[in-house]
Structures are given as structure tokens and as C-alpha cells.
Design a binder for this molecule. Structure first.
Ligand code: IDP
Length: 132
């Protein structure tokens, strides 16, 4: 059984998509192992997005992810990492397929509704950051 870290970003919470997103995970056969509504600290944001440090969108990304409550989740199931990524859709909502979370609820790249770990190794690292 694989675990992944996923997080409904401030726009997803603000726009009222928590229930629908959790419902999609459960309908896909995934299990919500842990779930917490709260703020992301500056330290957590910087640790989670360390690979993007120095990129033009980095500062905006850190201030956005710390700008309002998020829903932090540990989700488990067979192939949970890939399943979550596929439910999420492409990073840019404009390119995300209809029926995916970003395709249905996202508008712009900077505010794309949801985060999900991109590998089992990232998942372990990110679960450590957000559920220390
Ligand atoms: P992912 O979230 O689909 O894994 P990453 O490339 O890891 O995509 O980027 C992390 C986050 O950084 C994205 O979800 C998005 O919010 C933001 N981001 C990535 N590229 C850009 C960009 O070119 N402009 C603005 N924001 C970006």
C-alpha cells in the first residue's frame, strides 16, 4: 500500500472545493489516512518547494501557499502517488483535461487548486514536512 501527500491549496479551500476533492479521492478507491485544515508556515513552504528556489515564480508561490488555510492530507492506496497525480491533472489548469481537479476547478497556473507528491520519495519527505 503506497502513501502520498496531497494538499488542497488556498484557492481550492476559498472556492469551496474541499468536499468534492475528497469525494473524488474516495471514489477512486483511495483512503484518507490523515487530514488537517490549517496554515502552511514559511518554513514548510520553503522546504516543500526547495527545488523551485530562484525561479521567477518562487517568491509568489511561497506567499500564495502561506496566504490562507489549506487542507493537508495523507492519502493511501495501490499506486496512490500516480492515482492522485492523475486525478489532479496537468500543472497548468488551462492544459488540464476536463474531469481532472485542476481542469474542473483551476483557472491559472499560480493558483492551481491542489498539490500532490510526484514520487514515493517526495511523498515520504513531504509527509515529514507537514505531519512532523
Ligand atoms: P506540480 O504541482 O504539478 O508538481 P511543479 O512543477 O512541481 O508542478 O510546480 C509546483 C507549483 O509551482 C505548481 O503547482 C504551480 O503552483 C507553481 N508553478 C510551477 N510553474 C509555474 C510557473 O511557470 N508560473 C507560476 N507558477 C508555477
Amino acid at each position: 500500500m503506497q502513501k502520498t501527500y496531497t494538499m488542497i491549496k488556498p484557492d481550492g479551500v476559498r472556492n469551496g472545493h474541499i468536499g468534492e476533492i475528497v469525494n473524488r479521492f474516495e471514489r477512486a478507491g483511495l483512503t484518507i489516512e490523515r487530514m488537517e485544515l490549517g496554515m502552511v508556515t514559511d518554513e514548510q513552504a520553503k522546504a516543500n518547494y526547495a527545488e523551485h528556489e530562484g525561479k521567477p515564480f518562487y517568491e509568489g508561490l511561497i506567499s500564495y501557499i502561506t496566504s490562507g488555510p489549506v487542507v493537508k492530507m495523507v492519502v493511501s492506496g495501490e499506486g496512490a502517488v500516480a492515482k492522485c497525480r492523475s486525478l489532479m491533472g496537468a500543472t497548468n489548469p488551462a492544459e488540464a483535461a476536463p474531469g481532472t481537479i485542476r481542469g474542473d476547478f483551476g483557472l491559472i497556473m499560480d493558483e492551481n487548486v491542489i498539490h500532490g507528491s510526484d514520487s514515493p520519495e517526495s511523498a515520504e519527505r513531504e509527509i515529514g514536512i507537514f505531519f512532523a
